[in-house]
Design a protein around this ligand. Structure first.
Ligand code: PGA
Length: 268
């Protein structure tokens, strides 16, 4: 398997560079994607002056447009799903090497909407995370508890299962290439946000879980928060010591909003 030359550099051992990624979900024709990019670039400072990496997770049909428009500006382009196999009789599916060939750098895996509507299991995700890495893509593995689990005090049990299963086929040395997004399901698209303390506690717990594999590498894994992040609540959440950025749904459809969130990241 050839390495994807477009893959972003692994975060330096000395510190984790935050990542602010917009998840468009099922939004964005090619024409809309082109317009979005030119507006986003108008709002973003130059890459060297950004306090965080910025990414856009678009639909398959617009990914090549995103790569073309955003590559020179050093904005990461990610898909929202892929199949674990490289090729085969899987009608309607897209594989990791197909994405890498387009110049796509990352892929969201295990978003709660896919877990719910497409029955994505932790076991299947385990294969997808490994396949993404093998193709040189940065996986953004989503985990998070439902409202019932949250209320029953089951958050840690759920996170332990999802993180351990999701990372089971990742060799230790590749752990820092994986980004994890903690997205409590009760906060996605609901306008309810975890408090900064809840986000910090859950994300520190996830880091400790990765630390059970390798303490040193866990310090280099980026762990994002997702769930109703908006320009006005982002600064407090992003100021938490373990929160390494955000996966932003609804608010990212406004490029000015995504740029505001990306520039709200405190310098580390
Ligand atoms: P939201 O979505 O920001 O609209 O809550 C987040 C996500 O689903 O990644």
């Amino acid at each position: 398997m050839t390495a994807n030359p477009a893959r972003p550099a692994e975060p330096a051992a000395s510190g984790r560079r935050p990542l602010i990624a917009g998840n468009w979900k099922m939004w964005g024709t090619r024409a809309e994607a082109r317009q979005y990019c030119s507006r986003l670039l108008g709002f973003l400072p130059d890459a060297s002056r950004r306090p965080a990496d910025v990414g856009v997770c678009g639909p398959f049909t617009a990914l090549d447009v995103l790569v073309e428009e955003l590559r020179d500006a050093e904005v990461l382009v990610a898909a929202q799903n892929m199949h674990a196999e490289e090729t085969g009789a899987f009608t309607g599916e897209v594989s990791a090497p197909m994405l890498a060939e387009l110049g796509v750098q990352g892929v969201v895996l295990g978003h709660s909407e896919r877990r719910e509507y497409d029955n994505e299991s932790d076991r299947a995700l385990q294969e997808k995370v490994a396949a993404a890495l093998a193709a040189g893509l940065q996986p953004i593995l989503c985990v998070g508890e439902s409202e019932e689990e949250h209320e029953a005090g089951d958050t840690q049990r759920k996170l332990r299962h999802q993180v351990q299963e999701g990372l089971a086929k990742v060799p230790d040395e590749q752990l820092p290439v994986v980004a994890i997004a903690y997205e409590p399901i009760w906060a996605i698209g609901t306008g309810l946000t975890a408090t900064p303390e809840q986000a910090q506690t859950a994300i520190a717990f996830i880091r400790a879980l990765v630390g059970d594999r390798s303490k040193e590498r866990a310090e280099r894994v980026r762990i994002l928060y997702g769930g109703s992040v908006k320009p006005d609540n982002a600064p407090e959440i992003l100021a938490q010591p373990d929160v390494d950025g955000a996966l932003v749904g609804g608010a990212s459809l406004d490029p000015a909003g995504l740029a505001r969130i990306a520039t709200a990241v405190p310098e580390r």
